[in-house]
Design a protein around this ligand. Structure first.
Ligand SMILES: Cc1cc2nc3c(=O)[nH]c(=O)nc-3n(C[C@H](O)[C@H](O)[C@H](O)COP(=O)(O)O)c2cc1C
Length: 217
């Protein structure tokens, strides 16, 4: 439906960003002879941390594995997905099931003049209450960390690297292997590294008319 106030999006302000999100692939063809260096890893993680998060709580952690023997162990925990070892770097994006950054972050809202102290305290208590049960805590971890993971994937692609997100792994086994604390859960494992060549054709996407629902499902 249209009306006189409909806003037509102008030419894209960031056309290359749109190109990056439309050309990103989950690549499986890695150059097994080259790994990303530490500065690149740090940059990818920094880009990931620009993702939005509930109240800016940033409830995510990134655990990088680059040691060859440990990568082979991760391949086993990921049911034989060899591309993890070929990529040379695996990064587990993990999420907090409890808002454990709340004290610090709500202080930052107050310091920035974006909330008064009373509102910050009330919002913090509300937030802690909201994520008190196990299901809500997991949802909180997965929603926030998934957005960071997508940023990581887009950053890798924009920087000419290949990256694949994975949930095909033994989550409990990986949590043990990486010594995650109890309140931090694995969300997405990302294999990232220099490309080894072309990828197969992209599979089709569901049409907008099929996935866009208006006013109700
Ligand atoms: C939640 C999730 C789990 C995935 N798990 C795996 C996986 O375990 N192994 C794998 O090779 N690819 C995995 N993928 C990649 C998908 O197969 C891929 O995103 C999909 O086929 C679409 O291709 P594209 O990302 O190249 O557009 C996963 C992707 C997502 C979002």
């Amino acid at each position: 439906m249209s009306s006189e106030s409909d806003f037509v999006a102008p030419e894209p302000a960031y056309p290359e960003a749109l190109e990056a999100l439309r050309t990103r692939r989950s690549g499986h063809n890695f150059d097994p002879t080259a790994d990303i260096d530490d500065e690149t890893l740090r940059t990818l993680v920094e880009d990931a941390t620009f993702a939005p998060s509930s109240y800016n709580l940033q409830p995510w952690e990134f655990v990088a594995v680059q040691d060859d023997e440990r990568l082979d162990q991760l391949v086993e925990l990921a049911y034989g997905q060899e591309h993890i070892a070929e990529a040379g770097t695996a990064v587990l994006v993990a999420g907090h099931t409890t808002p454990k950054t709340a004290d610090r972050v709500f202080e930052e809202w107050v310091e920035a003049g974006r909330m008064d102290e009373e509102t910050a305290e009330q919002t913090k208590e509300q937030t802690l209450g909201m994520y008190a049960d196990e299901r809500a805590g997991r949802d909180y971890a997965v929603r926030n960390a998934s957005l960071a993971a997508q940023n990581f994937l887009l950053s890798a692609h924009a920087r000419g690297l290949t990256a694949t997100p994975m949930i095909g792994f033994d989550a409990e086994g990986v949590a043990d292997f990486l010594e995650l604390p109890d309140e931090v859960v694995p969300v997405v494992l990302i294999a990232v590294g220099p490309s080894g060549g072309p990828e197969p054709e992209r599979l089709p996407r569901r049409d907008v008319d099929e996935v866009l629902h208006r006013e109700q499902f």
